[in-house]
Write a protein that binds this ligand. Structure first.
Ligand SMILES: [Zn+2]
Length: 485
C-alpha cells in the first residue's frame, strides 16, 4: 500500500527585543550566567509580570504579514509543568485566546508558488537553559542558567498541511527570511533563535482520516528537520507495512548520529494544566496600534519578488534570489534604477554574492566597501561596452580591496583601456588579414562570425580594448571590404 505523510510544524521564534517578555532584564545572549535575572523572571514570591510592548508589537507585525486575524483582546495563560530550568514552575503563554489566528505563509517549493495555512501565532516566554552533565572533579553536575528565562518567544503553529520534508524545509527557509525581513528575530536555527518541532503521521494515500502521530523535537537546523522527518516517515512506513501500529510518542532527533530516540511515550505525556494568568490583564490591541503597525510594515518579500519580475523584467529565479534578504533587495534596487536591470541582477547574483560567501561578509559589510554608486559606475561602463568583460571583473576585484572609482583603479594598476580608433584600427586590420575564412563567411551573410572576430581583436589587445569600439571598427572595415569586392 502507498502511504502519504501528513506533517504539521510548531515553530518558536526568539524575538530580538532589548528586554525580556515580562520584566526589564536584558534579553541579550552570552552574558555571564545568571546575571540577567530579577524577581520576576526568577519567579520570586510577590513579583508581578508586565507584558513587553515591543514583543507584542513584533507579534502583531508578523501576524499582519501572514494575513492572520489579530485579536483585539487576547489572554495570557499559565502552562504548568516542572522542569529545573523553569524557576516559576509554569510558563506564561497564550492558550485559549491567542493574539493571532489563521493566516498563511507563501512559499516557493521547487519553483512552484505554494501557501501553507497556519493555526495561530502567539506570544510567550522562553525557559532557562540546563547544561548537563558536566564533570567537576569526581562528581557529575548539572548547571542551570536563567538568563534565557523570560526571553520573548513567538510560537507559530501550522495546520497539518505538509506532505513531504522538502516542503517543511522550504517553509522554514521562508519563515526565517520573513522574521529577518521584519527585523523581529535573527532567525538563526543554530543559535536557537528559530526552533522547530514537527508532528508526523502516515495514512493510506487518498484516504481522509489521520493516522497516529509522533512528535519530533530538537530539530535545530533546516537540514536536520528534513532528515529527521524523512527518517521518521521511513520508520512509520516500515511499522505499518509489517502490520504494526504507530504508538504516540515524542522523539528526539540526534543530528550528529542521524538517529531518532524515544524521549517519552504516551503514558508519560505531559498533562499541562493551563489556566488564565491572574497577574496579567487582558492584552488589548486597539485599532490605533494596529493601524500604526500596518503603516510600519515593509513591502513583504514575496510582494517585492513579484514586483521585481514585473517592474524590472527579471526571471522568477533572479527575483527570488534578490529578495532573500531585505538589504540585498534594497541594494539591487539602488543599482537597477541606474543601470540595465538584468545586468545588475547578474552581477549581484554571481560576483557580489560570491564575494560575500568567500569572505563571510554581511551585505552591510559589503556596502560599506562598495556602495551601490560605485558598482553602478562600473556596470555603466560594462553596459556601454566601454570595458571588456574580463577587465571589468578585474576592476571589480580591485574594488573589493581598494578605494576609488573605476577610472582611478585602472590608472592605479597601470591599465589603459584602448578605446580610440587610432590605436585599435591596426589590431582590427591584422585580425582581418589573419582570418580570411571567417571574413568570407561574414561577407557571405553569416553575421554571427562578427563575435568571433571581436574576440580575436580582444585577445590581441591583451584584453584591454573597449569591445564597443572594436565592434564598430570591424563593421566599418568589413563593410569597406564588401564594397571593395
Ligand atoms: Zn527579569
Amino acid at each position: 500500500m502507498a502511504y502519504e505523510a501528513v506533517i504539521g510544524l510548531e515553530c518558536h521564534i526568539q524575538l530580538g527585543t532589548r528586554s525580556k517578555m515580562f520584566c526589564g532584564c536584558p534579553a541579550e545572549f552570552g552574558a555571564e550566567p545568571n546575571s540577567n535575572v530579577c524577581p520576576v523572571c526568577l519567579g520570586l514570591p510577590g513579583a508581578l509580570p508586565r507584558a513587553n510592548r515591543a514583543a507584542i508589537d513584533a507579534a502583531i507585525r508578523l501576524g499582519l504579514a501572514l494575513g492572520s486575524e489579530i485579536r483585539g483582546e487576547s489572554v495570557f495563560a499559565r502552562k504548568n509543568y516542572f522542569y529545573p530550568d523553569m524557576p516559576k514552575n509554569y510558563q506564561i503563554t497564550q492558550y485559549e485566546r491567542p493574539l493571532c489566528e489563521g493566516g498563511a505563509l507563501p512559499v516557493t517549493v521547487d519553483g512552484e508558488e505554494r501557501s501553507f495555512a497556519l493555526v495561530r501565532v502567539h506570544a510567550e516566554e522562553d525557559t532557562g537553559k540546563s547544561f548537563h552533565p558536566e564533570r567537576h572533579g569526581d562528581r557529575r553536575v548539572s548547571r542551570v542558567d536563567f538568563n534565557r528565562a523570560g526571553v520573548p518567544l513567538l510560537e507559530l503553529v501550522t495546520r497539518p498541511v505538509f506532505r513531504a520534508p522538502v516542503e517543511c524545509g522550504a517553509f522554514l527557509t521562508a519563515l526565517r527570511r520573513l522574521v529577518r525581513w521584519l527585523g523581529i528575530s535573527g532567525g538563526d536555527m543554530e543559535k536557537g533563535q528559530l526552533r522547530c518541532d514537527a508532528n508526523v503521521s502516515l495514512r493510506p494515500a487518498g484516504s481522509e482520516p489521520l493516522g497516529t502521530k509522533t512528535e519530533i523535537k530538537n530539530l535545530n537546523s533546516i537540514g536536520g528537520v528534513m532528515k529527521g522527518l524523512a527518517a521518521e516517515i521511513e520508520r512509520q512506513r516500515r511499522v505499518l507495512e509489517q502490520g504494526g501500529a504507530i504508538e504516540q510518542a515524542t522523539l528526539l532527533y540526534d543530528a550528529d548520529r542521524e538517529v531518532l530516540a524515544v524521549m517519552r511515550s504516551k503514558e508519560s505525556a505531559h498533562d499541562y494544566r493551563y489556566f488564565p494568568e491572574p497577574d496579567l490583564p487582558v492584552l488589548v490591541v486597539d485599532e490605533a496600534w494596529l493601524a500604526e503597525a500596518r503603516r510600519r510594515l515593509p513591502e513583504l518579500p514575496w510582494t517585492r519578488a513579484a514586483r521585481f519580475a514585473s517592474e524590472y523584467g527579471l526571471p522568477p529565479y533572479d527575483a527570488g534570489v534578490l529578495t532573500e534578504q531585505r538589504d540585498l533587495a534594497d541594494y539591487y534596487e539602488a543599482c537597477a534604477r541606474e543601470v540595465d536591470e538584468k545586468l545588475a541582477s547578474n552581477w549581484l547574483m554571481t560576483e557580489v554574492l560570491r564575494v560575500l560567501k568567500d569572505r563571510g561578509w554581511t551585505l552591510a559589510e559589503w556596502s560599506e566597501r562598495v556602495p551601490p554608486g560605485r558598482l553602478v559606475e562600473l556596470l555603466k561602463k560594462v553596459a556601454a561596452k566601454e570595458l571588456p568583460g574580463p577587465l571589468a571583473k578585474q576592476v571589480f576585484g580591485w574594488m573589493v580591496e581598494e578605494p576609488g572609482g573605476t577610472g582611478e583603479l585602472l590608472d592605479r594598476h597601470g591599465v589603459r583601456v584602448q578605446a580610440t580608433p587610432e590605436e585599435l584600427r591596426p589590431l582590427v586590420r591584422a585580425v582581418l588579414a589573419e582570418n580570411p575564412g571567417p571574413v568570407r563567411q561574414y561577407l557571405g551573410g553569416k553575421s554571427a562570425t562578427l563575435g568571433f572576430l571581436v574576440g580575436q581583436v580582444m585577445k590581441k589587445s591583451g584584453g584591454q580594448a573597449a569591445p564597443q569600439v572594436v565592434q564598430e571598427l570591424l563593421r566599418e572595415e568589413l563593410e569597406g571590404a564588401r564594397r571593395g569586392c
